[in-house]
Design a protein around this ligand. Structure first.
Ligand code: SAM
Ligand code: DTB
Ligand code: SF4
Length: 332
């Protein structure tokens, strides 16, 4: 695809197969003047989604801290002195009770995260019971438990898991600068098992980890060129965590962040693009621009897994000022 193509070709996937993306095309679109890029992203957004609806997900850390992996951004890695207290796997009843509260507050998807390299066989029964319990509330279910083997992926699918979150985090080139205990290829392998098991994929990354602009574009190319693009694409802005190697990373300029959201929307027109970690540090104006650029999902609730998220009243005030309504369960 050529960056000079008109608005119709930006919406080409309506009638045909999704285009494959290459660096030149993606970079050319990303390099368009801000107004042109946002206009194009908004046009693509309107072709596939109700532009005034944003989907709400709620996170819960079902097993916190003490993680054997060394992801340089993470409060939960046992490798760094973040000061976070580790805890055991939560009881099923508590998880379901928390999910019910989230449903009452308007969340349609419940995302459960564990600080594991991957689930152990001894944990699988409890995890399955959590999926069944949350599913019975009529919510979409999502889990992020680290690496899965094909059998584990199948078991989660059979329990009723709708989405599996597993991020590529950054470009293949930069990945080794951030994590050493697993590889980019390991991430792709798990994503393959998730797809083969028939689950929807939630996969995105983090910006603001000291990567170059080209790494951000390459990350989006990896996502868009997966055999099937992820249904859900979380774009996290690094929350710097004291004690981790990335505690002092240079924050990303909002004027550079918004075009990435626009590019994600253009490259993955049918996916929910989630404005994920880091919203506490974003102004209302920056979030409004991200919604205009095509972001149509957020995490609600005052904590993510371990870090802060905007308070519910700030989010509902922003939605009402922007005329945005939450996606309702029946619409999914
Ligand atoms: N252990 C599992 C794994 O790594 O796949 C799941 C949990 S992990 C916390 C989920 C994702 O949260 C990471 O892949 C990363 O993209 C994001 N994340 C973690 N810490 C973050 C931070 N400080 N700022 C922004 N995003 C973060
Ligand atoms: C994702 O991409 N972002 C969420 C979810 N997937 C699991 C997690 C954000 C974590 C932010 C840091 C924390 O709360 O510890
Ligand atoms: Fe562990 Fe996930 Fe944090 Fe990495 S991102 S240290 S795997 S909890």
């Amino acid at each position: 695809m050529n960056a000079e193509l008109d608005m119709n070709s930006a919406m080409e996937p309506i009638s045909g197969a999704l285009p494959r993306w290459d660096r030149n095309t993606a970079a050319a679109i990303h390099g368009m003047p801000f107004n042109d890029l946002l206009f194009r992203a908004q046009a693509v957004h309107r072709a596939y989604f109700d532009q005034n609806r944003v989907q709400l997900s709620r996170l819960l850390s079902i097993k916190t801290g003490g993680c054997p992996e060394d992801c340089g951004y993470c409060s939960q890695s046992a490798h760094y002195p973040s000061g976070l207290k580790a805890s055991k796997l939560m009881e099923v009843g508590r998880v379901v009770a928390e999910a019910r509260k989230a449903r009452e507050a308007g969340a349609t998807r419940y995302c459960m995260g564990a600080a594991w390299r991957g689930p152990k066989e001894r944990d699988m029964d409890a995890v399955v019971a959590m999926i069944e319990g949350v599913k019975a509330l009529g919510m979409e279910t999502c889990m992020t438990l680290g690496m899965l083997d094909p059998g584990q992926a199948l078991r989660l699918k059979q329990a009723g898991l709708d989405y599996y979150n597993h991020n590529v985090d950054t470009s293949e080139r930069y990945y080794g600068e951030v994590v050493s205990t697993r590889t980019f290829a390991d991430r792709l392998e798990t994503l393959g098992h998730v797809r083969e098991a028939g689950m929807k994929v939630c996969c995105g990354g983090i910006v603001g980890m000291g990567e170059q602009g080209a790494d951000r574009i390459d990350m989006l190319i990896t996502l868009a060129n997966l055999p099937e693009p992820p249904e859900s694409v979380p774009i996290n802005m690094l929350i710097p965590i004291a004690g981790t190697p990335l505690a002092e990373a240079e924050p990303i300029d909002p004027i550079e962040f918004v075009p990435l959201v626009a590019l994600a929307r253009i490259m993955m027109p049918k996916s929910y693009v989630r404005l994920s970690a880091g919203r506490t540090a974003m102004s209302d104006e920056m979030q409004a621009l991200c919604f205009f650029a095509g972001a149509n999902s957020i995490f609600v609730g005052d904590t993510l897994l371990t870090a802060e998220n905007p308070q519910e009243d700030r989010d509902s005030a922003l939605f009402s000022r922007l005329g945005i309504k939450p996606v309702e369960r029946e619409m999914l």
